[in-house]
Design a protein around this ligand. Structure first.
Ligand code: DC
Length: 232
């Protein structure tokens, strides 16, 4: 396992703004940003495109297990942004659709899928400074992370943010569809047997219901400066 010099773990429910926050911190403090949810989305997209998820959502687990170790899912840094690739294909856009969102939680609840993703995350977190967001980064993937942040926000505010994001990308779901998907994912993510979403006891809670990005930056600056003496 590669152990980064400093790891900041950012966990929390769906659409709490973890990736926006983590990217901002990465840019401000010179950390590498890794999105662990993208990996689960990548496995889900592969399964969908290869007939391993039926119309009713049933997952062909033996079929997926037989090929999982051959999946060439990896991050590449392009113009300062980290993008997910499946082989030579950038799948960053395809993994963000509502269809992938609606299948990803059951896929991510499978223990051997989690082991596959954890191994990849450890491999990509070479030495240096890394900020990673997900559901179990501070509890399972990097339980000794130097700084753990747990993000939360009001459910309706989260659904509206996700809807705005999808509308901006040209998707056209309703608020109710987005809210239902978000509730379902939160439920599955926090009730699964393997590595459920929970707040690490030593995590700092960031409730950003009424905060803008600048306020989040000011909040985290204090933590990072206090803990690591790094100024942005
Ligand atoms: O953060 P996201 O919405 O892109 O994550 C997609 C799904 O992946 C989410 O429903 C739960 C799962 N996930 C997980 O189980 N563990 C992680 N560390 C990251 C994501």
């Amino acid at each position: 396992m590669n152990i980064p010099d400093i790891i900041i773990a950012v966990d929390g429910c769906s659409s709490t703004g973890k990736s926006t926050f983590a990217k901002m911190v990465a840019g401000a403090f010179g950390f590498l940003y890794l999105d662990s949810g993208a990996m689960y989305r990548g496995v889900t997209l592969y399964a969908m495109e290869n007939g391993l998820i039926a119309g009713d959502g049933a997952i062909d687990e033996p079929g997926l297990k037989a090929v999982i170790d051959t999946l060439d899912l990896h991050f590449r840094s392009i113009d300062g942004a980290t993008k997910l690739f499946l082989g030579e294909r950038c799948i960053e856009k395809e993994i963000r659709t509502l269809e992938v969102s609606s299948h990803v939680s059951p896929v991510s609840a499978i223990g051997w899928v989690r082991s596959f993703v954890d191994d990849k995350l450890h491999a990509f977190s070479a030495g240096g400074r890394v900020i990673m967001d997900g559901r179990d980064i501070g509890t399972t993937v990097f339980p000794n992370a130097e700084l753990k942040i747990f993000m939360t926000a009001d459910e309706k505010v989260r659904a509206q943010r996700r809807l705005d994001e999808m509308l901006a990308k040209g998707d056209n779901p309703t608020f109710e569809e987005v809210l239902a998907n978000l509730r379902e994912r939160d439920y599955i993510d926090s009730h699964r047997e393997v590595s459920p979403l929970t707040q690490a006891p030593d995590a700092f809670v960031l409730d950003n219901t009424d905060m803008n990005l600048h306020e989040e930056l000011v909040w985290v600056q204090g933590l990072i400066q206090g803990r690591f003496g790094i100024l942005c």
